[in-house]
Design a protein around this ligand. Structure first.
Ligand SMILES: [Zn+2]
Length: 674
């Protein structure tokens, strides 16, 4: 389901991405500021310049921000849990402790991984070798899909966009190794050089698998040629943002028209064992896939499938594969010069594989019940603030306003961890081989996902594990979700003053709530169905206001020749601005009747904005910045601070900025939505 999840997170589930914290437990870290810069000229630099200068990016990272420090702390907690589980060889067979302990131990057993070489994937390579014709090729693609290796295209269970209580099947574009179609098709120097490096990397991998260099070079060309064809039929991330455009529901028997050369009925019978309807999300892609099934030779298809196996397993194999995999994905694409230490990769791998199995222990150690109560109280204050905000909006008619409030009242709030933990009893894990465990987890996840088709929706399911330092809004559940990982000091600190908590966590909560009303979320009704609840005039007024954000972000220059893509980042930017406005209003309400004392020479209002900005203090390598600007719906950190604040008169007043200052937009250019 990997590639489907990618589409979901682009188009439906909207995550907060990088997260915030505010220095010391109860004090703002003033040394992290750069007071030689004016707050009204560049607030990001003013609030964070000292921190940025004092915190260069470690070699193993492609970015280093305030959020990384909290991530590292969480990783240490999970690390202790996993070390203890791995040492406890007496854990009951089949228990979660045995499984997470064995999974982690199999990853840490570097000597075994090294001695095994290609052994853990040999059976899969042998199957590909046996492919001789279209029929056996398609059977092999289906087999790979059964454990989550979505070669060629993506598929999975799909909550019906227009009926959120029904789960059907979805198929969608996929099959690419580089992040998006642009990497294959753009003709600028940077894109060309990444393609050259990619072809070298694929050839190197084939050589490491034992092919001679001439054969490996021609195999790499074949992979590149086929993926370039698939890229030509793929949509760009910004085109996937509109749910109407990726909704083409049809009976299963009609899918053959999308790509007649593929035997869909056997495919669905094998992977899903279901006759449910299918959403063919990206029809143009399937036309290209249809052509290539017969236009590309069987030998080239076999090469492509072998590449899929090694590309997806390299990080779990012997060091030479890990190193070459990191060279391309870490160094060429993101600019890091060394890989993370093995234990950090193993902790992340185990959390990704069985996060809810270790989540219960994590929560006991790191998430006191009082934190859950306080976070919930804050969520309620923010919801009240958004409700009064909607009640006063000048541009919205009463009919639409009423519907907006119904939607807000219907929010499902999830805080800390799931009420019911995932059941891992069908998953077998032992210490025989790390990569074998990864295959098993892939199969377990596929089976679990396909089992949802045709069944009632479980609204209590979580999309992030408890230690995750992040948050999300899911329009199909109309829910806001805050894992325990983000709800702790220094990010959310019950001992800090309101200004810092509302500027930090408050703006995160407001951000997720506002996603329910951004350019995508506003298309879903309170029950999570893609259905219009806006009057025509209100929708027009909303789109004009969203267009203001698109324009502003189109003008932010990342480097020469590369600007933010306003259409791609508008949802996140609407949520940042809306989240700040609502958090500020809730903060003012919380301050009613309390003394407004200065701390470190700053007023409470100033500390609110300083707390917000510090959360985004991030150094980033230019390679990663380019990757993100091309595909990530979140703008870069600097623009997430200076963009929304320059629209807020509350900010200008707090720092006494004047008309004409860079951080103060002229009234005619100011974006106001929520
Ligand atoms: Zn977001």
């Amino acid at each position: 389901m990997r590639s489907f999840k990618a589409i979901v997170s682009l188009s439906l589930v909207v995550a907060f991405s990088v997260t915030a914290t505010f220095g010391q437990a109860s004090h703002y870290d003033v040394a992290g500021m750069d007071t030689t810069t004016s707050a009204c000229a560049d607030f990001y630099q003013y609030a964070n310049g000292g921190w940025l200068a004092a915190n260069p990016i470690p070699a193993a990272y492609s970015a280093w921000g305030v959020a990384n420090i909290l991530n590292e702390k969480n990783r240490d907690v999970v690390h202790d849990i996993l070390e203890a589980a791995a040492k406890n060889t007496a854990a009951k067979k089949g228990s979660n402790e045995q499984k997470v302990g064995d999974y982690y131990a199999s990853c840490m057993d570097e000597a075994k991984v090294e001695a095994d070489g290609l052994k853990p994937i040999q059976a899969e390579l042998d199957l590909i070798n046996k492919v001789t014709d279209q029929k056996s090729l398609q059977a092999e693609i289906t087999h790979l899909h059964s454990y989550g290796f979505n070669a060629l295209f993506g598929s999975g269970s799909n909550r019906d966009f227009k009926n959120a209580s029904e789960t059907i099947i979805g198929i969608f574009q996929g099959g690419l190794s580089l992040p998006t179609r642009d990497y294959y098709l753009k003709t600028d120097d940077r894109s060309k050089s990444i393609r050259d490096e990619f072809v070298k990397h694929v050839a190197k991998m084939f050589e490491l698998m034992g092919d001679d260099s001439a054969k490996a070079a021609s195999e790499a060309q074949a992979v590149m040629a086929l993926e370039t064809k698939l890229a030509g039929g793929s949509k760009a991330p910004v085109e996937l943002r509109d749910p109407e455009k990726i909704y083409h529901r049809m009976p299963m028997t009609a899918v053959k028209d999308a790509a007649p050369a593929f035997d869909w009925m056997s495919y669905f019978q094998t992977v899903a064992n279901s006759k449910a309807d299918v959403n063919v999300a990206t029809p143009d892609f399937f036309k290209v896939m249809n052509t290539e099934l017969t236009a590309t030779s069987i030998d080239d298809w076999k090469t492509y499938l072998r590449w899929n196996i090694i590309n997806r397993t390299a990080s779990g194999l012997a060091a030479k594969f890990v190193d070459e995999d990191f060279h391309f994905k870490g160094t060429v694409l993101q600019g890091s010069s060394e890989n993370l230490p093995r234990w950090k990769r193993c902790v992340a791998g185990t959390d990704g594989a069985m996060g809810e199995a270790l989540g219960a222990v994590y929560v006991q150690k790191a998430f006191p019940p009082a934190a859950k109560e306080r976070a919930l109280a804050m969520v309620r204050n923010l919801e009240a603030a958004l409700k009064s905000d909607i009640a006063m909006l000048s541009w919205m008619s009463d009919a639409t306003r009423k519907q907006a409030i119904v939607k807000l009242d219907a929010f499902l709030n999830k805080i800390g961890y799931p009420d019911k933990w995932r059941d891992y009893s069908a998953l077998n894990v032992d210490r025989s081989s790390y990569q074998t465990n990864r295959f098993r987890v892939g199969k377990f996840n596929e089976d679990r996902d396909w089992a949802k088709v045709g069944k009632p929706v479980d609204r209590m399911e979580w999309g992030m594990t408890p230690p995750t330092v992040n948050a999300y809004y899911n329009p199909q559940n109309n829910e806001i979700v805050f894992p325990a990982g983000i709800l702790q000091p220094p990010f959310f600190d019950p001992t800090a003053d309101d200004a810092l908590n509302y500027g930090g966590m408050g703006s995160v909560i407001g951000h997720e709530m506002t996603h329910g009303f951004d350019d995508q979320g506003s298309k879903y009704d309170p029950a999570g169905n893609l259905a219009n609840w806006w009057s025509e005039a209100d929708l027009k007024a909303f789109k004009e206001r969203a267009g203001c954000i698109v324009n502003q972000f189109n003008n932010f220059e990342v480097e020469k020749g590369l600007n933010e893509n306003g259409s791609l980042v508008q949802g996140e930017s609407i949520a940042d601005l809306g989240g700040l406005v609502v958090a500020y209003a809730a903060f003012q309400k919380a301050m009613e009747g309390k003394p407004r004392t200065n701390i470190d020479g700053f007023t409470p209002d100033q500390r609110f904005f300083l707390g917000y900005a510090r959360g985004w203090a991030t150094n980033m390598r230019p390679q990663l910045a380019r990757v993100l600007v091309l595909q990530d719906p979140h703008p870069l950190a600097k623009f997430r601070v200076n963009g929304p604040l320059s629209n807020m008169p509350q900010f200008a007043a707090a720092f006494q900025c004047k008309d004409g200052d860079a951080m103060v937009r002229p009234e005619k250019d100011r974006c106001v939505i929520w």
